[in-house]
Design a protein around this ligand. Sequence first.
Ligand code: UD1
Length: 379
Amino acid sequence: MNLICNVVGARPNFMKMAPVILEENRRGLHQITVHTGQHYDAQMSDVFFKTLGMPQPDYDLGVGSGSHAEQTARIMVGFEKICLDRKPALVVVGGDVNSTLACALVAAKLHIPVAHVESGLRSFDRSMPEEINRILTDCIAEVLFTTERSANENLLREGVASERIHFVGNSMIDSLRSHLDSAVADKPWQRFGLEPGRYGLVTLHRPSNVDAPEALAETALALDEISSEIPLLFPVHPRTRERIQHFQIDWKFVRLIPPLDYLEFLGLMARARLVLTDSGGIQEETTALGVSCITIRPNTERPITIETGTNHLCAAKRRDIVDAARSALTGIRARQALPRFWDGQASSRIVDSLENWLTDRLPTQPQEPAKSASTLKST
Ligand code: UD1
C-alpha cells in the first residue's frame, strides 16, 4: 500500500493538518506523521496534539530553534533520512513555515511528489519569510490544495497547470468547527474575570512587528490606550516575550499571559468583541466566527478575509491602531458571507483528492480499473 507522509512542525500547522491526518486514519490509509520539532514548548506543540485528538507523531526530529538556515538545514537532514528509510509515495505539507519548505524540498529532490495544503496564498511581500516558503513550496509541489479563489488565480498566473490545483477550502476551519462548541462551553473568559463580548484579544509575533523596537513600542502604546476602553488579553508568543524583555517594553494595562491551548484560545476568540493580531490563521478564524479583526500588517495573503470577512489591515502606528479599534468597537459587527468551502469538509475533499491522485498516478496491486476511473478528480 502506498505510504503517505504527513509533516507538521509549528503551531499553525497543527490545526491545518490535524483534520487531514484524522481523515486519512478514518479511511484506513497507510500514513505516518513527522513532527519536525520547529515548535517544541508544551504550550506551543504538545497541547495541540492532545486537544486536536491527533495521534502522536511517528517521528519527532526535535530540531528546535535557530536561524532560518540552521533550522531549515536541520529539518532537511533529519527528514531526508526518514524519506530514504520509509520511501513514502507522497509527502503532505501544510502552510508556510520553515518546516513546510524544508520537507517539500527534501521530497522533491528525492523525486517524491509533494502535496501542499493551503497553497497559492501571496502577500506579494518577499520580506516575509513565509512568502518565500509559500512561493518555493508551490513551485515544487505536485498537488496544490487552495483555500480561496485568490490562491487559484495566483497559481495560474505563476504558470501552475490547472489540473494540479484543487480548490478544497480551509482545513483549519474544519478544526474550528469541530471544537467550537466545546471551546465556548468551557467559558474560558471566566478564568480571566472577563465577560463575553466585552474584551479584546491580542496576538503579535511577526518579525516586522516584534523585532523592531520602535514598532513594538508604538503598538504597546496603542494597545495600552485601547485598554482604557475595553480590557485586552494578550497571550504572548515566546519570541515576542523574549523581544519585550530585551527591549524593556512596559505594558501598563494590557494583560500579558503565557500562550494558550487551542480550545482556550478558540473559546476566547469566539466571544471577543475585537481581535488585534498579525497572525495569518487568526484572520481566517475571526472571519469564520464573524468577530472583528484588526490585522497589524501592511498586507495580507488572505484577501478573502477583507473582501467578505471581518478583517481590516492597519499600520503599526499608534494613531492608526487606536482609530481602527475605535471604529471596530463602535461599528456594527457582521460578517458578510462565509468564504466558499469553509464548511468543515475541506479535509474530506483533500483526502478524496489524495486517494484519487494515488490511485491515478501510483497504482497499487491489485488494481481496480473501473472504480478508480469513475472517481477521479472529484474536486
Ligand atoms: C513560526 C513561523 C510563522 C508562524 C509562527 C506561529 C516560520 C518562518 N515562521 O514563527 O509563520 O506564524 O511560527 O507561531 O516558520 N520558541 C520557543 N518555543 C517554541 C518555539 C519557538 O521558545 O516552541 C521561540 C524561540 O526563541 C525561537 C522563536 O520562538 O527562536 C521563533 O520560533 P520560530 O519557529 O523560528 O519562528 P516563529 O516566530 O514561531
